[in-house]
Write a protein that binds this ligand. Sequence first.
Ligand code: GLU
Length: 471
Amino acid sequence: MAGVRTRFAPSPTGILHMGSARTALFNWAFARRHGGQHALRIEDTDRARSTEASERALLEGLDWLGIDFDQGPLRQSDGRERHDSAVAHLLETGRAYRCVCTRDELEERRERTLATGQSWVYDGRCRDRDLGPDCGPHTVRLRLDPSAYLGWDDLVFGPSGQAASEIGDMNIRRSDGHPLYNLAVVVDDLHMQISHVIRGADHLANTCFQIALYRALDGEPPRFAHVPLILGEGGKKLSKRRDPVSVLQYRDDGYLPEALLNWLARIGWSHGDQEIFSREEICTLFDLDSVSRSPAQSDPGKLEWLSQHYLKQMPRDALIGLLLPFLTREAGRPVEATPELADFVDLLRERSTTLGEMAHRARFLLVDRVEYADKAAKKFLRPVALPILRSLHDHLAGLNAWEPASLEAAFETVRTEHGGVGMGKLAQPVRVAVTGSSASPGIYETLAALGQEQSVARIAAASEWIEARQG
Ligand code: GLU
């Protein structure tokens, strides 16, 4: 497809929500797929709600996901002159007019109309008054042809549109002189020669009015593709409170960007029954005709599954590099890679979903003393375990080689000495003693990673702990 130009146009008024990130992803993937260009335009014209922190978070989130841009970040506020001159042109040509109806007057007329059971659109009171620039405080409205049909062939929803009479002459400039969203977006999309506008289905209603604006500005509308909203579990609307929706939160929890990108791509888009998509595959396979029209359900279980997949696949050194900041956070001090840690990482990734979880499971390696999880201590650090822990302690203290095979031999000896006691009866108390919890990778590997001195000291400490509670 020749000349594809897409844009992601977020308003910097909050977090980078997973719904917006998916819109960014679809725009980017579509442009890449068709050898086109992708732009980032920050829609910061709502001064009261836009914040720098939100803009930074947007950029950080997109960068982390690897969604890049050929143009931008541009700021919508930089186009103010362009927006103003478009409004001036529409006024001069009579395609727009000044309106002095106040908010209160409009509200009163709206209520009266609604009370008769009719729906309200602007009633055109100022439409033919020919008000000049010195008419006092005024907004500017676009003059719609009431007989026009404002339609387009949506690339996801198919033929869409509405009669102009159902929309009415909407404002394009506020009474303080600020251009409104619909005007600024259309002027900018024309200026940037955007060929495809891909955005959330919550903008379907705006698109009708925007079509009228393109016509009034003698511009060719782009192709539109509206992507259905994302629903949370149980088909409910995503809520910031209930659902984890912030891209940076996923990053901070330790999901890999590959996993999140793959997960977002599959919310509402499919390619046969394929589930795993690399970044490159998304860029070669994505297309709008396989975006579904029905609201897309997000499935957190699938994200976990993808996350495990990418964790398992990652080359070990790269994984350790990514894990170190999480280990540092867990330990509260800088942590460096060691050979013991490297061996242990392969075991951790087998049973973890995120880098955060891996680091948490590795916590016992990073601290001087572990705290016992209540339930685990109650169940396993009991007087019955004391003799066997003591004797294991003595065997381990005397070991010359500290590696899984010799540890296994020591465990076998202790079990035999204690009448062939089951492995669980020994391994679980030891696991709680050295890690604080009853779940960890294999006990020999766990001890090998922790080292002899710490392991022996922790088994001694656990024995004392049991003893102190016995007496
Ligand atoms: N700033 C708008 C939003 O964040 C973008 C709308 C559009 O893509 O045209 O919803």
